[in-house]
Design a protein around this ligand. Structure first.
Ligand SMILES: C[S@@+](CC[C@H](N)C(=O)[O-])C[C@H]1O[C@@H](n2cnc3c(N)ncnc32)[C@H](O)[C@@H]1O
Length: 316
């Protein structure tokens, strides 16, 4: 079977230049309604990224292939990548083996969720406003680290801090180790395989704990586009109501934060569920560029134990 057998030869034989191929790809991605949102906002970004992989050109050099005929090998690789994106719904980041967050490159593959967290907006300026001087921050944690992208961002923005990063998935931690090494941060970031923060409970306390945990309720996961189901399910789903990991995090963070510390959690669409589950706990919803309330900040002093289940009334 030829590499491009699922695409119409009558259409692909006509494609010559980089622009021909990109226009073709954009139309195909759109007409097949591929879902974006895994690090890309539209079909143009995705097709340019695939073109970068096929030609070996860096993003800023891509215009140099727009007007020239593509070499046979470049065209064949591009169409094969496109085919996998459209017909297998393989996310572009997995096809090219990398994702960018906060201007930094991260290795990614099917062992980890593709980086796209709100923390990229919040770590540089918003979160430091809730903390003592950046240079005084000595110990921070990234819980549910996946590819390690947020642990790396933390290490870059808090230059005097040690970072502990945890994940339950041994496979995800293999990818995190690659990224920690690529950013030369092995001496500052320690990776732990553990449930939430369990392995950290006996160690020193933290000035800042962040987490982008799985938070989709099982029912919502079932309705996600096929692309998202190629990411590890454990990265996305957290029980029936989405709160399973967050519940553990709140209990453990209470024991692990310094008195002036803060806990910041990305919770997706769970604001109402959280306010219902912890009605007395003061929570600050951080502003993000899209105007949605998806990230909550809780000060150490405001952490309360989750409400205990009420005893069932006995029938007489
Ligand atoms: C939404 S991903 C976040 C990854 C990364 N921090 C990011 O922003 O791209 C959630 C991660 O939590 C991990 N995870 C799921 N349940 C966990 C648990 N109970 N304890 C620790 N990690 C868990 C998954 O393996 C996954 O890597």
């Amino acid at each position: 079977m030829s590499a491009t057998s699922r695409l119409s030869r009558t259409q692909t034989d006509k494609l010559r230049t980089g622009s021909d191929c990109l226009h073709f790809a954009n139309r195909l991605l759109k007409s097949n309604r591929v879902a974006h949102g895994q690090g890309f906002i539209n079909e143009q970004e995705e097709s340019l990224t695939l073109m970068g992989k096929a030609t070996g050109l860096a993003w800023e050099k891509l215009p140099s292939c727009f007007e020239r005929p593509l070499r046979a090998a470049e065209k064949s690789v591009f169409l094969h990548l496109l085919e996998q994106r459209v017909f297998d719904r393989t996310p572009t980041a997995y096809l090219v083996g990398e994702a960018w967050l906060g201007g930094l490159r991260f290795h990614v593959d099917q062992r980890v969720i593709i980086p796209r967290s709100y923390f990229v907006e919040l770590i540089p300026e918003v979160i430091p406003q809730w903390l003592p001087k950046v240079s005084d921050i000595k110990h921070v944690a990234d819980i549910c680290t996946g590819s390690g992208c947020l642990a790396v961002l933390l290490a870059k923005h808090f230059p005097n801090a040690k970072v502990d990063a945890t994940d339950l998935s041994a496979e995800a931690l293999e990818v995190a180790a690659i990224n920690v090494k690529e950013h030369k941060l092995q001496s500052r970031i320690k990776l732990h395989r553990t449930d939430t923060m369990t392995a950290l409970l006996k160690g020193p306390k933290f000035d800042l704990i962040i987490s982008n945990p799985p938070y989709e309720p099982e029912g919502i996961y079932q309705r996600l586009p096929a692309e998202f189901k190629q990411e590890p399910k454990q990265s996305l789903v957290s029980g029936k109501d989405g709160l399973d990991v967050i519940r553990k995090l709140l209990v453990q963070a209470k024991k692990l934060l310094n008195p002036a510390g803060v806990l910041v959690i990305e919770v997706g669409g769970l604001r109402r569920a959280m306010e219902k589950a912890w009605p007395k706990m003061p929570m600050t919803w951080l502003t993000t560029n899209d105007g949605l309330d998806c990230v909550v900040l809780i000060r150490a002093a405001d952490l309360t134990a989750p409400p205990k289940a009420l005893p069932r009334a006995r029938r007489r």
